[in-house]
Design a protein around this ligand. Sequence first.
Ligand SMILES: Cc1ncc(C[n+]2csc(CCOP(=O)(O)OP(=O)(O)O)c2C)c(N)n1
Ligand SMILES: [Mg+2]
Length: 624
Amino acid sequence: MKTVRLTAAQALVRFLAAQHVERDGVERRFFGGCFGIFGHGNVAGIGEALYESPELLTYYQARNEQGMVHAASGYAKMLNRLGAFVCTTSIGPGATNMVTGAALATVNRLPVLLLPGDVFASRGPDPVLQQLEAPWAGDVSVNDAFRPVSRYFDRIWRPEQVVASALQAMRVLVNQAETGAVTLAFPQDVQTEALEVPESFLATRVWRIPRALPDESALDRAVELIRSAKRPLIVAGGGVVYSEATDALRAFCERTGIPVGETQAGKGSLPYDHPSSLGGIGVTGTFAANRLAADADLVLGIGTRWSDFTTASKTAFRNPGVRFVNVNVADFDAAKHAGAALVGDARATVERLTELLDGWAVDDSYREESARLSREWDAEVSRLYALEHDPPAQSAVIGAVNDAARPQDVVVCAAGSMPGDLHKLWRTRDPKGYHVEYGYSCMGYEIAGGLGVKLAAPEREVYVLVGDGSYLMLSSELVTAVQERLKLTIVLVDNRGYSSIGSLSRSLGTDGFGTIYRYRSNGALGVDSESSTDYLPVDLAANAESLGAKVIRAATIEELRAGLAAAKDEAGPVVIAVEVDRHEGVPSYESWWDVPVAEVSEIASVREAREQYEAARRNERSHV
Ligand SMILES: Cc1ncc(C[n+]2csc(CCOP(=O)(O)OP(=O)(O)O)c2C)c(N)n1
Ligand SMILES: [Mg+2]
């Protein structure tokens, strides 16, 4: 066996640079590069390996470890999980700063490879700076916090072990059912130790992504269920987009006439103006999708994990006889709601179902009903885009951005009131045009995630919609965008606080407590009164300017439109700051979300909210 003498870190970097994936005959390198922040835990090991061979993996200096994992998730999501980034950190705080990013990647089933540095395997200099000493266990470090949020975790205790650990990491990263965060904790001494590496380990390796079909008998049973349905409905999830099944879905809908409601991750499965498109479904869904869901007798979930937002906390599907058929690459999701499980690739399965259902379609009256609802919904979108308000309504901001964006451009968002409004209102014209991280809905994902999207798709304009709360929480990758000359058009939507949680709080009887930026001296902290004279003097536009972004301030929708037009000529990141009315929200359309209210309270409004809560909760169904 031919071997090369390398450090464990050099071996890992060389291995990662040689990994490829192939699907449908198209091959690509798997890792687009490596984000990192150096400290004593990685600067001399992984840092040396990247510095010695910079052509292997492009290194991107990040500003916040959580932010760089978000960027890696954005990249992987944009590439339909056929590409990923490596993230390297020091030990201790640098490492644990990635835990939230790991959870986000795992919840959204996005591949990211995390290489947190770890304490000395030799235990020689213990306790090293930033080491957690656990009196009850010698083999515990802060990196054990990654275990529950990783789909695969290992700690590379010896240099030789890098071979086995790296192969396991790749197995999980490219597995469409298993993928998520993979963490290889890398002790800082082991990174620098040499081993004899088999050459075959370093050779180009192509991981083939299969398009598996479900079991034939399961397909037969599912087809029987669909054929006997009168009011079937498709719920399209992220799996439709990741599997590149959107054309297959469209053909299936046109043949069968089954209408489609989309989850957050599945939005873009059909173009918004397709007659079968009902838009978003569930808590933040449209009346079109939610009305048809209420009566559906068969729900065909494709690539969805059935989150509470999709099922309206299990109140969306009210037909007592409703049955589910679940197409999913993961049997874990396919089994939900006592569904007939079609475990397989979304595209291959939808194509097969199209063949098996040949000649069958829903009644014309049902086809017409869904097409009419689709048109009526679009009229509601036009109404909300055109709202005239001072300061502007958020829906009009969405309308202006949608008008400025070309069909192939991408809107990015994650937390606050904006994701729900986008789910309802964004007119998606391209399967990759809508990028809302709503599995973890993590404040601070927006700018960092947008950076990852832009790295994955430099030919598209990326529109990041970010609330003031999210911006304040984590905007530091703006500096990374400046550094890399990455063009992001960031629309900073300022309503001076956490308006989404404020309106949730008001609806639950607690008056917006703690959700607005105000001086404490003015009575109770953050209670939402109409007086705006005592807002904190926070100027986020000035903050963005100080980080090196081009900043445009817009007070009206006309100024926003002008700003969006001007942004097109910029080469680096642009921040357009616009203030919106915090109370001019988009309503909910025939849906409900289970957020429990205190069972006993001194506050009358809470007692009232509890009564409404108990009444609403009676509509919850358990699909078992
Ligand atoms: C990291 C994180 N912390 C807390 C939350 C809970 N949360 C959801 S939305 C929100 C407020 C977001 O404020 P902002 O970005 O200004 O958007 P707005 O609600 O005002 O539209 C909070 C605190 C979250 N989603 N993520
Ligand atoms: Mg806000």
